[in-house]
Design a binder for this molecule. Structure first.
Ligand SMILES: Nc1nc2c(ncn2[C@@H]2O[C@H](COP(=O)(O)OP(=O)(O)OP(=O)(O)O)[C@@H](O)[C@H]2O)c(=O)[nH]1
Ligand SMILES: [Mg+2]
Length: 328
């Protein structure tokens, strides 16, 4: 198949040691001019001069796909992209997965491999690799109604794009201490002084295989300080948008008043609570001490369950992880 050449910088848009540029379509003449080498049989990778810009590795992966691997500096990539455009290749957002993954045995597998490349969560890996088999089975004998598959898929999509988890509570309940102990580093300042966190802090966090955007918010109170008031207002917007809202309290510090019902409730500083005197016996209340680590593992799996329940993870049906999958 010969099509207009297209190219895409496939590596992240941050400096790196080596970058990858994918080039597709009728790009043979462009690669020949860039490298000064005319003959590129499929399957060959060579150390090559990349114009007057850099040197690196170039190769033809399949009839329709070339790889150019220069050093990963932003300026080199910018100049190579300009050169490819001057040569008549157009920048594309994505290369058809069937071309980009020539080793895939089916279109489903190519789509699954492409999704694997952008999936945020480790829990997505085995599920995506099993999708070609599940889709083949589903097309041969559809058992699940479309609506139920689509609904489950929207939940599983959280394994591709991290959902937003927001932790909200009154000042001093221990939100930042919990956040830092989950992250394993000090992303927020924790201190005895109420109102320590003045702005919200978002970090990427792996919760038992599910990667989320974790948001530690400033304690909710009537603040006099205009910056803190502004930060509390911004946090209110995050609370509204959260895929999972966690309300936090602590012994002698009450629950926050929130504009929506929280998905989970956690009693922090559980080590301060007198044993045998539970302040709230309801089953959905989690108790955690960030200081001793008690209850942390249960808390993590409970949040994971709120976002991607076990029934969705272990359901044997297919996942509509890409709109280009053919349903029939
Ligand atoms: N005993 C005990 N103290 C804790 C625990 N977690 C936090 N603390 C203490 O509680 C105080 C407040 O903790 P922070 O994490 O700053 O509380 P916060 O909810 O983020 O407070 P603001 O940012 O002011 O809203 C600090 O002195 C912490 O050391 C815990 O699990 N047990
Ligand atoms: Mg804080």
């Amino acid at each position: 198949m010969t099509t207009t050449p297209g190219f895409r910088i496939a590596t992240a848009s941050a400096p790196g040691a080596v970058a990858l540029i994918e080039l597709t379509g009728a790009a043979g003449a462009i690669v020949a001019r860039l490298t000064g080498v005319a003959d590129w049989p499929a399957g060959v990778l060579r150390y090559a001069r990349l114009g007057e810009i850099d040197d690196g590795v170039a190769g033809r992966v399949s009839d329709d796909l070339w790889w150019i691997m220069p050093h990963g500096g932003p300026r080199i990539l910018q100049r190579l992209a300009q050169r490819l455009a001057d040569e008549g290749a157009r920048p594309v957002r994505e290369i058809d997965p069937v071309m980009a993954w020539p080793e895939a045995e089916s279109r489903d597998e190519a789509l699954a491999l492409a999704a694997l490349g952008r999936a945020a969560s480790p829990l997505a890996v085995d599920l995506l690799l099993d999708q070609p088999r599940r889709w083949a089975q589903h097309r041969a004998h559809p058992v699940e109604p479309f609506e139920s598959m689509a609904q489950r898929s929207r939940i599983l999509d959280r394994l591709l794009d991290p959902p937003l988890v927001v932790l909200a509570g009154r000042p001093n309940v221990g939100k930042s201490t919990l956040s830092n102990s989950l992250l394993g580093r000090r992303a927020s300042i924790e201190a005895e002084e109420a109102g320590t966190t003045r702005d919200y802090v978002v970090s990427r966090l792996d919760l038992a295989g599910l990667v989320v955007h974790w948001c530690d918010t400033p304690g909710r109170r009537d603040a006099a300080d205009p910056i803190e008031r502004e930060a509390i207002a911004l946090a209110a917007d995050l609370i509204h948008r959260a895929d999972c809202l966690i309300a936090a309290a602590a012994p002698e510090i009450d629950w926050p008043s929130l504009d929506r019902r929280p998905d989970r409730r956690v009693l922090l500083k559980a080590d301060l609570e007198p044993p045998g005197d539970p302040t709230d016996a309801s089953a959905d209340l989690l108790r955690v001490s960030a200081r001793t680590g008690a209850g942390l593992a249960r808390f993590v799996s409970s949040i994971r369950e709120a976002l991607v329940p076990i029934e969705a993870l272990y359901h044997p049906g297919p996942w509509l992880f890409d709109q280009r999958l053919s349903l029939t």
